[in-house]
Design a protein around this ligand. Structure first.
Ligand code: AMP
Ligand code: MG
Length: 482
């Protein structure tokens, strides 16, 4: 594998070169075919011992110069100072038809940025990151990718004793908002400029000719962040830890930890058990995305110049988010035209979902089955609501709206089926696959991956994966522990 390391063009202050720390008896767990295809590999080959060694960090490709990067960040709204890749090691980047793709091992051992951590990741959280990265990609939401997952019997101490795993992640770059905050917070504006110029040259070359490329960079990252979060809201994805060190400079969903998918709808739902105040609740993701862009804007200010100029760049957030969510909601409801009254229809829908705690994914999927002239056909949809008359009233308004644009049942159903997933990574599905894997059986992970790679397909043979969570799932708690 001819690995470059373009990040190493930057001076040594940006990273530490180091080798991954080997793990005993590494074994293959799973690989993603679509992710492998992005770098011209066949997932079946990845089970070979040489790839297992390479992607556990037990062997290093010749000429590759692995490194861990430094960054800082705001955690839960509070300045946290220096963080950095405490357990991630970048092997290098591969040239692909769509540009460079960086390969990074997560859980490959201690680094100078590990602070109190052990540099490892446990099997449980690594399965979650692996599956969700690939699930999000299949949903069409910008994300880092997961190429492969390996495990080792090495014991790792968390609340209980667990075992080690390594996820090989891929992205054009893993540079974060916090990578910029790092240099600004230290008053090191030369380094700040080098980093911004690096990002512009490699990932936003079209902005280089602008009068103020740094302002345009902020505006474009802000736009991408707004669109990414609109994508999250539309599928009910909750990141759980939207700290600025987990915000990608490319607008990719990054660092999967205590994430969740909305089930019984509650706009104030908090998926991360550690987030007691709900800073990163479903509804708060939208303003927090903006807040994080402000943190980036503040970091870029020495390059941008005047605060008013940075403000102008940041002002794109609300309109971009609004437009994107509006587009996505129209598609989710199978509406071809955009009308003034639609925002009232959407608000009433969210109010209804909130009051009834209806399952988010099932609601939109079943809504696609609705027939304009056969209300009796609504039963499975109607069953999601405790307050049936309230549902009937909303459905009547929705039908009227559909009729007004001469909507055709079959056409609308097909279109809605392409945007409203049947399968998302519900916590209980992940948990079931994890418990099996912890007992040495990875077939559940394989099967779940296959289901999530085709979230919009009916897959009747996998219908059980679309079911409401069982009662035991109500007690599942997902925390930052990983
Ligand atoms: P996260 O909350 O996962 O985004 O991590 C925040 C910071 O803690 C990052 O700098 C991580 O690299 C670091 N970190 C998390 N877990 C570990 C670990 N087990 N060992 C070393 N560093 C870690
Ligand atoms: Mg992180």
């Amino acid at each position: 594998m001819p690995l470059n390391n373009s990040f190493a063009e930057l001076p040594p202050a940006f990273y530490t070169r180091l080798m991954p720390t080997p793990l005993p008896s590494p074994h293959f767990i799973v690989a993603s075919s679509p992710a492998a295809a992005l770098i011209g590999l066949d997932a079946a080959d990845l089970a070979r011992p040489d790839f297992v060694d390479l992607f556990t960090g037990n062997k290093v490709a010749p000429r590759s110069q692995p490194l861990s990067a430094v960054y800082s960040g705001h955690q839960f709204g509070v300045w946290a100072g220096q963080l950095g890749d405490g357990r991630a090691i970048t092997l290098g980047d591969l040239a692909t038809a769509d540009g460079p793709m960086e390969l990074q091992l997560k859980g490959a051992g201690r680094t100078p940025y590990s602070r109190m951590g052990d540099g490892r990741a446990v099997l449980r959280s690594s399965i979650r990151e692996f599956l969700c990265s690939e699930a999000m990609a299949a949903l069409g939401i910008p994300t880092t990718r997961a190429l492969m997952l390996t495990g080792s019997p090495q014991g790792i101490a968390r609340e209980t004793m667990e075992t080690a795993a390594v996820v090989t992640r891929m992205a054009p770059t893993f540079i974060r908002f916090g990578s910029f905050e790092h240099w600004e917070s230290r008053g090191q504006h030369d380094e700040l400029r080098l980093l911004a110029d690096y990002v512009l040259k490699h990932f936003y070359p079209e902005l280089l000719g602008a009068d103020n490329p740094y302002k345009e960079l902020l505006a474009e990252v802000t736009r991408r962040t707004a669109r990414m979060i609109a994508g999250w809201q539309a599928v009910g994805f909750m990141h759980g830890v939207m700290n600025t060190d987990n915000m990608s400079i490319l607008g990719l969903t990054l660092d999967y930890g205590p994430f969740g998918f909305m089930e019984a709808f509650d706009a104030n739902h908090i998926c991360n058990h550690t987030d007691s105040r709900g800073r990163y609740s479903y509804a708060n993701q939208v303003p927090v995305g903006h807040w994080n862009c402000y943190a980036l804007g503040n970091a870029l200010l020495p390059l941008i110049g005047a605060p008013e100029v940075a403000e102008e760049a940041l002002d794109v957030y609300r309109p971009e988010f609004g437009r994107q969510l509006d587009t996505l909601l129209h598609a989710k409801l199978g509406l071809n035209e955009s009308r003034e009254e639609d925002s009232a229809l959407f608000d009433a829908m969210f109010g209804l979902l909130q009051a009834n705690h209806a399952d988010f994914t099932l609601f939109f999927r079943r809504l696609g089955e609705l027939k304009l002239d056969e209300p009796a056909y609504d039963e499975p949809l109607r069953d999601l609501f405790i307050d049936r008359p309230a549902f009937d009233a909303w459905a009547a308004t929705y039908r009227t709206r559909l009729r007004s644009e001469h909507s055709v049942d079959a056409t609308r159903r097909a279109a809605m089926g392409r945007v409203n997933p049947k399968y998302v990574l519900r916590n209980y599905l992940a948990q079931t696959a994890i418990e099996q894997a912890q007992n040495g059986d990875f077939s559940g992970v394989h099967r779940l991956l296959a289901v999530l790679e085709r979230p919009f397909d009916e897959q009747p043979e996998n219908a059980s994966y679309a079911a409401l969570p069982p009662d035991w799932a109500a007690h599942l708690e997902v925390s930052c522990s990983s």
